[in-house]
Ligand binder design. Structure first.
Ligand code: SF4
Length: 477
């Protein structure tokens, strides 16, 4: 039997890399290293797999330098392990897309270097499919293995361009309004942010999660946020404790991760000036973040037990998914603090945040609370860490979880407060109710909110015809 053509093997490799991104297991890493394009020769891959089988998993076998090979082969293995990390991080970066993951795979495994005509055509075909996949799926959660399934369209045949007959341009006819119809359900897992958007304004949810509408220019600070989140994830994976190294070492490392992170996201910034400004802002903010991390750790020593922790769980028959920015375990009590980084708007006080939970405008921390509690952790504290303003010290909004909290002191400016388990339970029940509605009821109406405050930071403000009048405009005519 003849070997599959180059294009098919390249597409199959990219599919395997996407499957690894979805499930970064040892089995998927072994599948990937054994394929052409992994950058590792067949003999070295066999040796690495054999060593791993005897003494642990593939990545620790590589990092432990326990594979009896020459220096060049070991370097190739190290590059392969680094590429796995890059692919994994690119998928888990907030706001990642199939197109970006494909770019990360291409860079990590240097797939473009020396590509011949057929390989270049395959990469172009994969790029087109990734863009189509992103456009069809909308914003929010996605599964890289679904994208891999889409890539299989060209994994079995070549070249992609010859598969499709050229579409003939059709003359435009008279405009006819599209008949009203229900829209397709965009996902099977729900995230706290999508349910929060739905609770706040169904129209906004429709724009973001069904239409994948382009956000207003300048309304989104998500690039800054994505890069900052990624940098902190890498930093805490390397330094889970503030006493793991002297302050200047921590400072240099964090600075380095910020620089690397913004380099990774450079293409997303519209101009070099914007990129420079945001990078400097992040570096200054990161210094303040480090001050807080060290100070906090001295007062109550703790270990960061996970960063960008993936959660998937079922509640009330519905499936939910998300990522927790940081999880700390207190050295003395073993209790867990759930930490969420905020690079955009943040509540001004603990009571304001508690109120947002009570009015179902924010499900994020309640959702993380239940996710970790169901995994057996004793979650004692929920914290929002502001990372927006480089000119102010980092002062988190923190809620201590108690069985029943005192009534909210509406006008309190304190950044610390309490929240009752009963309040978190109400938020959970509401999440399940909204998820059921989205899963079971016809999706044919998406009314705009009647709360003008919801529109203040809405990313679709310019395009939205239905937004309510501001309060001061309502009675002024
Ligand atoms: S501008 Fe206001 S009404 Fe329109 S989608 Fe956004 S939040 Fe909803």
């Amino acid at each position: 039997m003849s070997a599959p053509p180059l294009a098919a093997r390249l597409a199959a490799f990219v599919c395997a890399a996407f499957r690894y991104a979805t499930a970064p297991s040892d089995a998927n890493a072994r599948r990937l290293i054994a394929k052409p394009y992994s950058g590792v020769s067949r003999a070295s891959a066999r040796a690495a797999i054999a060593t791993a089988a005897e003494r642990g998993d593939l990545r620790s076998a590589i990092s432990g330098e326990r594979i009896p090979l020459d220096r060049d082969a070991v370097s190739a293995l190290r590059r392969f392990a680094a590429a796995l990390n890059d692919v994994d991080a690119a998928y888990r970066a907030q706001g990642s897309t199939a197109h970006e993951l494909l770019t990360a795979v291409r860079l990590a495994f240097t797939l473009d270097a020396g590509a011949n005509q057929s390989e270049a055509a395959t990469l172009a075909g994969l790029e087109r499919i990734a863009a189509e996949f992103d456009a069809a799926r909308g914003n929010g959660d996605w599964d890289a293995s679904d994208a891999a399934d889409a890539f299989r369209r060209i994994a079995t045949d070549i070249p992609p361009d010859r598969q499709r007959p050229q579409a003939q341009p059709r003359p435009l006819g008279p405009h006819r309004a599209e008949p009203a119809a229900t829209v397709a359900r965009p996902r099977t897992h729900f995230s706290a942010s999508s349910l929060g958007a739905y609770a706040e304004c169904e129209r906004k949810w429709y724009y973001r999660y069904v239409c994948a509408a382009v956000e207003d220019k300048g309304s989104s600070a998500s690039f800054y946020g994505s890069a900052f989140h990624w940098a902190l994830e890498q930093f805490h994976r390397e330094f889970p404790r503030a006493d793991a190294a002297p302050r200047d070492v921590l400072q240099n490392k964090l600075d380095g991760w910020i620089q690397t992170a913004f380099e990774r996201f450079r293409a997303r910034f519209e101009t070099n000036v914007e990129y420079d400004l945001q990078t400097r802002r992040a570096r200054r903010t990161a210094r303040r973040y480090l001050d807080w991390f060290i100070e906090r750790s001295r007062a109550h020593p703790f270990t960061v037990i996970d960063a960008e922790a993936k959660i998937e769980l079922e509640m009330g028959g519905q499936r939910f998914k998300g990522y927790i920015d940081r999880l700390d375990r207190d050295d003395a009590t073993g209790a867990v603090t759930v930490v969420d980084y905020k690079t955009g708007w943040i509540a001004e006080s603990a009571e304001q945040y508690r109120e947002r939970i009570a009015e179902f405008s924010d499900f994020q921390l309640p959702f993380y609370y239940w996710a970790r509690t169901m995994q057996g952790d004793r979650v004692a504290r929920l914290a929002l860490v502001p990372l927006k303003d480089a000119s102010r010290d980092v002062a988190p909004i923190e809620l201590e979880v108690v069985p029943v909290a005192a009534p909210a002191a509406r006008w309190s400016n304190a950044t610390t407060g309490t929240i009752g388990i009963d309040e978190l339970e109400r938020a959970k029940v509401k999440m399940i109710e909204l998820a059921r509605r989205l899963a079971d009821e016809p999706l044919d109406r998406f009314p705009a909110t009647d709360d003008p405050d919801a529109c203040t930071f809405c990313a679709y403000r310019n395009a939205c015809r239905n937004r309510p009048l501001r309060r001061e405009e309502r009675f002024s005519a």
